[in-house]
Design a protein around this ligand. Structure first.
Ligand SMILES: Nc1ncnc2c1ncn2[C@@H]1O[C@H](COP(=O)(O)OP(=O)(O)O)[C@@H](O)[C@H]1O
Ligand SMILES: [Mg+2]
Length: 504
């Protein structure tokens, strides 16, 4: 279908065209031009303007008379994406387009081939914005090369991540989800939101609840619906792990006591935190008391109580494991993330568990940028970001504060899924961590509508805007959190920290 004609002075990387009167062209739409040398070249409409000769400056000031048939015209500006050469490589034209050349609506096949979109395979995230073309992303590239999902609160991060998890579940890729707000258990239930059900036809999907979703929590009191209590394995901790974990300062003498006591309890084979404390109690040095207080705090958190959850429990083909941290003190949340990510990474390196995606919501809390505090989980997450892909452990970091997350982690993510961002510091952090990120894209991100994501990185040939599909399962985000999150529990969490620091 012809949508317009190129006019004026024309280059090879962009062109202006007059839009046909009967065609309702939209910003973002893909168009094609048959170039005399290169054949079909794909371009994208990046802006539209209205022009009416009747109201041109010279007519208004009386300096000229308009033609009799003068009327309103739409003028479009299109940026050239390129053409495919004989080997299927995307190339940019070097010879300008001809004025007078016809501009056509790009067909799905050309768009798909030029943008290297998978056909029917991969993770189905939604439709190419402005087109009815499904976007499937290569699952291997997505998972192994790390993903960041960035946007302000309420822009649709968790919703999009929910869509991604649904797709990974269908492809049998194991996912472990660090879920500080308890938003993901709703993956088990089919979507029944009437507005979203109406949209399912457009996306060609139907409601579905996922059975193979197992929910763990360190705090079953606050989250009684969870399938299993999360307990960490104390026997796997090295002396350094203990030192990193203890909330108070530990002197050299105390380190010595701890070292000796660990040797004793290790000789038992299996041991508990209580066994360790009992052995330290026997020690003669006065220094032991501070150590005991520290360990008692850890014991109070009950995080080492019960049968430990192993990487093999969490990482199984076709299973999503949710670590629900709702109502858990921040220090314990960090400890959980640090321990689980470390144990999973170790077992993955040894090939004991299948390749997986380790997904972290509110990731800035677990790996903050320098100057925003240090967390026990930062170090291991940085290691996974730089080495995980070699061993088949993909990371997906989700955050509303790109400026506050560790920059080395952000820049190791090869796929960015970006929804609306307006904070200038966050925009700067995004543009600094992504190669070739243009100021035009920055402008676009500020104006994105909810549910529309910009996808950038290795998984796509060119940055694309995707209308994220509705979820098959229920979204447990935002509204649920506000209604269900009992404020009291949060305070309880805080008071735990307060207890530690007030006692030491
Ligand atoms: N692709 C989408 N389709 C339909 N609704 C969406 C979509 N993305 C987000 N929403 C709506 O926006 C709300 C906020 O999204 P959410 O993902 O919870 O935001 P956040 O970025 O804070 O995680 C959701 O409750 C949902 O109603
Ligand atoms: Mg969210």
């Amino acid at each position: 279908m012809i949508v317009g004609m190129i006019f004026g002075e024309v280059g090879y990387s962009s062109f202006n065209f007059v839009v046909n009167k009967n065609y309702n062209l939209q910003k973002g739409e893909y168009v094609k031009v048959n170039h005399e040398v290169y054949g079909w070249v794909l371009a994208q409409v990046t802006s539209l303007r209205r022009y009416n000769e009747m109201y041109s400056l010279s007519v208004i000031t009386g300096e000229s008379v308009p033609r009799e048939d003068a009327s309103e015209r739409i003028i479009a500006f299109a940026k050239v994406i390129g053409y495919l050469d004989d080997r299927g490589m995307l190339k940019s034209p070097k010879i300008p387009f001809k004025p007078g050349e016809k501009v056509y609506k790009a067909d799905a096949e050309l768009i798909r081939r030029t943008l290297k979109l998978e056909k029917r395979r991969g993770a189905y995230l939604g439709l190419l914005e402005g087109h009815n073309i499904p976007v499937y992303l290569n699952v291997n590239k997505l998972v192994q090369k790390h993903i960041s999902v960035l946007a302000k609160t309420g822009a649709g991060k968790s919703y999009t991540v929910g869509v991604l998890v649904e797709e990974l579940l269908e492809k049998k890729v194991p996912v472990v989800i660090i879920d500080p707000h308890g938003e993901y258990s709703s993956l088990k239930e089919p979507n029944q939101n009437p507005k979203e059900l109406e949209l399912m036809g457009k996306f060609k999907i139907s409601p579905k609840g996922y059975e193979n979703v197992v929910e763990y929590t360190p705090n079953p009191g606050v989250n009684p619906q969870c399938d299993r209590k999360l307990a960490l394995d104390i026997t796997k901790l090295s002396i350094n792990d203990f030192l990193e974990m203890l909330p108070g300062k530990v002197s050299d003498t105390q380190k010595g006591i701890l070292f000796e006591a660990l040797k004793v309890v290790r000789s038992y084979g299996k041991f508990t935190l209580k066994d360790l404390i009992d052995v330290i109690q026997e020690h003669e040095s006065k220094g032991k008391w501070n150590l005991i207080t520290n360990l008692e705090m850890l014991k109070d958190s009950k995080i080492f109580e019960g049968p430990p959850v192993t990487p093999a429990d969490l990482v199984k083909r076709g299973q999503a494991s949710i670590i629900n941290l709702r109502g858990v003190a921040p220090e314990i949340q960090e400890l959980v993330v640090a321990r689980l990510s470390k144990e999973i990474f170790e077992d993955r390196k040894l090939g004991k568990i299948p390749p997986l995606l380790f997904l972290i919501e509110e990731a800035h809390n677990f790996a903050p940028e320098r100057g925003f505090g240090t967390k026990s989980s930062s170090h291991i997450l940085r290691t996974i970001a730089s080495e995980g892909r070699k061993f088949g452990m993909g990371l997906c970091v989700v955050t509303q504060r790109p400026a506050r997350i560790d920059k080395s982690i952000l820049s190791q993510c090869n796929t960015q899924i970006i929804l609306k961002v307006t904070n200038p510091n966050d925009l700067r952090a995004i543009s600094q961590s992504i190669e070739g990120f243009t100021s035009e894209l920055e402008e676009e991100i500020k104006q994105l509508e909810p549910g529309i994501a910009l996808i950038v990185g290795d998984v796509v040939e060119q940055p694309i805007f995707v209308n994220i599909r509705v979820r098959k399962s229920r979204h447990g985000g935002a509204s649920v959190e506000v209604v269900k999150e009992p404020k009291k529990k949060k305070v309880e969490g805080k008071s735990w920290i307060w207890r530690i620091f007030s006692k030491i």
